[in-house]
Design a protein around this ligand. Structure first.
Ligand code: NDP
Length: 271
């Protein structure tokens, strides 16, 4: 039987994941199917998919925490992120990973050509995406990684998980006045509603990178602020999406697909 994979989430009407994984399968000559399962409840839908012989799943909103609870074997990345975005099924065992952060790091370094090592990096937000990004970002040895969040306690709770990491700092939005960063990452969901987190325009370096984790939204208020501050390298999260998919594909199939052509094809101009 052809190996079956799926994405589970809700809503999924705009998902690109089936297209991405079918493209990877074609490119690497792997025989598999990949479908989108828009589920009302997580566990019954996953149980059904496994009973039909399903080999693995990607997980998106709102089920990343359900997948964390459902897993039998969590990777270190998934454990620290507190969330799961990929599962592999082997008999009774459910191996679980979180590739969002490594997808982000690969996009920044390999595709956009920005080294994180030695740089001052600012991340806005402390939700699921930001949590998943922390360990992969810190593994690259930035000079400093600063996290700000509207609800300060959430960022402070994360800081405690990395208590012995000296180059990781929590600030408030108000503390950012007068601070400047090489790389600024918007991991808030503000852009999904056309909003802007209260970040001062002078945090950006013109030679640096402004990265919006949301994708398919064109020039969001965050990217518009960065453009107005003279930043010439702007990016959205489409590369992160494709790179996390490539990591999951490698984990499932043992082969790393090429990502650049697909990122190019899916990119919406940031104008
Ligand atoms: P969560 O709901 O888990 O977290 C949302 C975060 O945004 C919280 O830190 C919240 O702050 C903050 N926030 C929301 N609105 C505002 C605002 N107006 N001003 C300041 N802060 C705000 O979302 P996720 O972490 O799952 O997703 C975050 C973003 O990342 C989304 O845009 C999503 O599309 C994107 N993403 C992209 C991926 C990709 O592959 N490219 C993968 C996963 C996510 P508070 O704690 O105070 O509520």
């Amino acid at each position: 039987m052809t190996d079956q994979y799926a994405l589970i989430g809700n809503p999924l009407s705009h998902t690109k994941s089936p297209l991405i994984h079918e493209t990877f399968a074609g490119e690497t000559a792997q025989s598999l199917t990949y479908v989108a399962i828009e589920a009302e409840a997580f566990a019954p839908a996953v149980d059904r998919f496994r009973a039909q012989g399903g080999k693995g799943m990607n997980v998106t909103a709102p089920f990343k925490l359900d997948a964390f609870a459902y897993a039998t074997d969590l990777s270190e990345r998934a454990r620290l992120a507190g969330a799961v975005n990929a599962m592999r099924f082997e008999g009774d065992r459910v191996f679980a990973e979180n590739f969002d952060g490594v997808g982000l790091v690969n996009d920044i370094q390999r595709n956009l050509g920005f080294e994180l090592k030695g740089r001052r990096v600012l991340i806005l937000g402390a939700g699921g995406a930001a949590r998943g990004a922390l360990l992969p970002l810190l593994e690259q040895n930035p000079a400093q990684l600063v996290m700000v969040n509207r609800t300060l306690e959430k960022a402070q709770a994360l800081r405690q998980q990395f208590a012995d990491v000296e180059n990781f700092t929590i600030m408030t939005y108000a503390d950012l006045v007068g601070e400047r960063f090489d790389i600024v990452l918007n991991a808030t969901s503000a852009s999904l509603r056309g909003d802007l987190p209260p970040v001062p325009a002078d945090v950006f370096s013109p030679q640096g990178l402004a990265y919006e984790l949301a994708y398919g939204k064109g020039l969001t208020p965050f990217l518009r602020l960065a453009k107005g501050a003279g930043v010439h390298q702007l990016a959205d999260g489409v590369g992160m999406l494709v790179e996390q998919a490539a990591e999951a594909f490698l984990w499932w199939r043992g082969m790393r697909p090429d990502t650049r052509g697909l990122i190019h094809k899916l990119t919406i101009p940031l104008v």
